[in-house]
Design a protein around this ligand. Structure first.
Ligand code: FES
Length: 186
């Protein structure tokens, strides 16, 4: 009898439980072999898929135009939305809203205050009756210079850089850490 015929004969006489063990063993060896073969490919896959899981935003690096100088006066702040291109790994989305700010003139100079509350990040409103900035979440209140006058905010409203060029106004948008007394960019 040949070796192959011997093996066949063995398999026919083997009990079902022994056949099951043999199958489980061969599946385990297959999985282990497959894992070892894929091992070197994992860093390469990570490299290829990396951009899908990691969005990089470079929007708002520069100044963003918000309109003519004439629209901003000393009494009522104007809220402006800031738009910029958002860059992901492989694509650019044009003109995405990246934030907002309040703009007004103080002693002849334009000031821009981020609408993000320095306390816990709610959106700051302007109350025309009280002539003050207010946060609806925990009732922080700020005067027209952005100074806190009431509530839990640990610092003044965050100012943003303003540039005026040929009667046009541009603002550099930034975000800052919340609930700390210093203004620290994130
Ligand atoms: S988030 Fe504005 S006062 Fe708390």
């Amino acid at each position: 009898m040949s070796e192959h015929e011997d093996e066949l004969a063995d398999a026919q006489t083997e009990s079902p439980s022994s056949l099951g063990r043999r199958r489980a063993l061969s599946i385990g060896v297959g999985v282990l072999g497959g894992g070892l073969a894929l091992g070197p490919l994992i860093p390469a896959l990570g490299y290829i898929l990396h951009p899908l899981s990691n969005t990089i935003t470079s929007a708002g690096e520069g100044f963003i135009g918000v309109g003519g100088r004439g629209q901003f006066g000393p009494t009522i702040p104007i809220k402006v939305d800031l738009f910029a291109d958002r860059k992901d790994a492989w694509s650019v989305t044009r003109q995405v809203k990246i934030g907002s700010c309040w703009v007004l003139e103080r002693e002849g100079e334009l000031k821009a205050f981020s609408t993000v509350c320095p306390h816990l990040g709610c959106s700051i409103d302007f109350d025309t009756e009280a002539n003050a900035f207010r946060c609806p979440c925990h009732r922080s209140e700020f005067d027209l210079d952005g100074k806190p006058v009431e509530g839990p905010s640990p610092r003044a409203l965050d100012t943003l850089e303003v540039k005026e060029e040929k009667e046009l106004v541009a603002i550099r948008y930034r975000r800052f850490r919340q609930n700390i007394s210093e203004k620290v960019e994130v």
